[in-house]
Design a protein around this ligand. Structure first.
Ligand code: BJW
Ligand code: ZN
Length: 242
């Protein structure tokens, strides 16, 4: 059997499927990844501890907020790609999506009521740096850095930064799905960021079959049942079918 046939078989025979995604699934829509080299990865050009940590925000809130607004300004122009669409077809059959991505490309093609767990939050909301106030952000009309109407602290993107805990409800639900699934399709993650990456190892430990689609090698490759190297927008539709 070819790797592609093995991947198809695993998905066809699964009754509880989790699709676990990272930045690579949105790369074919034109959203940069984090750890790609040179032009392709944010962290090749920007310092993650300045832009994606609470300490960086405290040091220069305007710099951080403006950087996220620059990323937000690109969202109206990007579209879900054939990988998101194929994953949407799996969701129609009951698959759960667990994503590290903060964009909304899975949501745009998901069937109504589908479960999408966003481990690292969302870029299209702000939350208060101090209290629980949240605001939806209009990506066509971006607000400048502003203060919370409830407590006066700065508003910040509703994203999980380095050193911050994941939302416990989202995390608990993700753990339940990953320990209970019989197969996992992993798309476009370097699996370097924890605790998110640990979910794939946990699913494998509980004997789920793991299919990985990535451009590059990753620490997942040694334990995966099958690894397909290439672009998500090419490979995921081939695995999932029409
Ligand atoms: C394609 C493709 C194409 C490209 N087709 N494929 C244990 C061990 C070591 C470290 C830690 C640990 N536990 C915690 C840590 C610290 C830290 C961490 O993991 N650091 C490591 C980097 C060393 N983790 C944290 O700080 C987390 N918090 C935490 O642990 O809190 C503990 C705590 C508990 C209680 C109280 C308080 C604290 C939080 C992590 C948050 C991560 N946030 C980010 C930034 C979001 C901001 C933003 O968007 O600006 O989330 S980091 C960044 O990485 C982003 C992503 O979601 C995340 C994962 O990246 P991803 O998706 O894997 O992308 P890439 O770029 O790395 O990889 C792309 C992949 O796609 C590659 O494989 C390519 O081959 C592939 N590809 N094009 C198919 N076309
Ligand atoms: Zn507040």
């Amino acid at each position: 059997m070819t790797p592609l046939q093995t991947a198809r078989d695993i998905l066809c025979n699964s009754r509880k499927l989790v699709v676990f995604t990272g930045a690579g699934v949105s790369a074919d829509s034109g959203i940069p990844t984090f750890r790609g080299s040179g032009e392709t990865g944010f962290w090749g050009k920007f310092d993650p501890m300045k832009l994606a940590s609470p300490e960086g925000f405290v040091e220069d809130p305007k710099l951080v907020y403006d950087w996220y607004n620059w990323r937000r300004s690109q969202l109206p122009q990007v579209r879900p790609n054939p990988a998101h669409e194929a994953i949407g077809r799996l969701q129609q059959e009951g698959a759960v999506v667990i994503t590290q991505n903060v964009d909304d490309l899975h949501e745009r093609v998901a069937p109504t009521g589908a479960t999408i767990l966003k481990l690292h939050g969302t870029i299209i909301e702000d939350k208060c740096f101090s209290c629980d106030h949240r605001e939806k952000v209009d990506t066509a009309n971006l607000p400048p850095l502003h203060r919370c109407p409830k407590c006066g602290a700065y508003m910040r993107p509703a994203i999980v930064w380095f050193g911050e805990a994941l939302d416990p409800d989202v995390w608990d639900a993700a753990e339940d799905y990953c320990t209970g699934c019989d197969a996992m399709l992993v798309v476009g993650t370097s699996a370097q960021v924890y605790p998110a990456a640990g979910l794939v190892f946990e699913a494998h430990r509980r004997r789920a079959n793991v299919v990985v689609v990535n451009l590059d090698e990753s620490p997942l490759d040694e334990m995966a049942n099958v690894v397909l190297y290439g672009r998500a927008a090419d490979l995921v539709p081939q695995i999932v079918g029409p």
